[in-house]
Write a protein that binds this ligand. Structure first.
Ligand code: URA
Length: 214
């Protein structure tokens, strides 16, 4: 419970945050989802949408449901393998992209979450989260997705990969070879095999380790 305890402190601060104008219109601060004690991967999206703002959980609307399907198909457990967060923790009105000021004011929560989680890998889900850590602020996901690179957060290097945002995949239905959905399947299967291994089972129960190795 060590990570959870530290994250709870950051969450309490975040839930009272009024640093930017998003605090005025939010219903809930959307801090995170997943089990911080078992997650080896931090997945970072853009910002909460309407359903996320209502529920206080990231990726629970239409895009989140599609993400769940891709994760399940790849054998990645949303509950146990991932700690899911957003670049900004409050919903921008009309789901607009968060501004540079909003991102900058929210960065301390994001970097604290990464620091405490100390993940084996970071997944940047969509351009907004990627550009927060990439030098070229106009970088396209399609140019860099699927390849590992290193990012430095508070002086520590992490392995990272960018993947398409599920909202983009909601607008792109093709399953043809080379299509965004097929590339998403590919990228998640690489993440699954290189970070999580080929185990079928994922649980906090240490006795499941044996099962996992079968
Ligand atoms: N899109 C995001 O980037 N994050 C969410 O939590 C939901 C949709």
């Amino acid at each position: 419970m060590i990570k959870k305890g530290c994250l709870d402190i950051v969450q309490a601060k975040c839930e009272n945050c009024t640093d930017c104008i998003l605090a005025k219109t939010r219903k809930n601060v959307v801090f995170s989802d997943g089990n911080p004690e078992t997650a080896r991967i931090v997945l970072i999206g853009e910002a909460p949408g309407e359903t996320e703002d209502e529920t206080g959980k990231p990726f629970v609307g239409r895009a989140g449901k599609l993400l769940n399907q891709f994760l399940e198909e790849a054998g990645i457990s949303r509950e146990n393998d991932l700690y899911i967060i957003n670049t900004v923790k409050c919903r921008p009105p009309e789901n607009r992209v968060p501004t540079d000021v909003e991102k900058a004011l929210c960065e301390r929560y994001l970097t604290a979450q990464i620091d405490i989680m100390n993940p084996q890998a970071i997944i940047f889900c969509g351009a907004t989260s990627l550009r927060s850590f990439w030098e070229d602020k106009k970088v396209q996901i399609s140019k860099v997705r699927g390849n590992w690179f290193n990012v430095t957060v508070n002086g520590k290097e992490y392995r990272a990969m960018a993947i398409f945002h599920p909202s983009y995949l909601l607008r792109n239905h093709s399953m043809e070879e080379g299509s965004p959905r097929r590339l998403m399947q590919h990228d998640l299967s690489v993440i699954k095999s290189e970070i999580l291994g080929d185990r079928q089972e994922c649980s906090t129960n240490p006795f499941n380790k044996e099962l996992a190795l079968v």
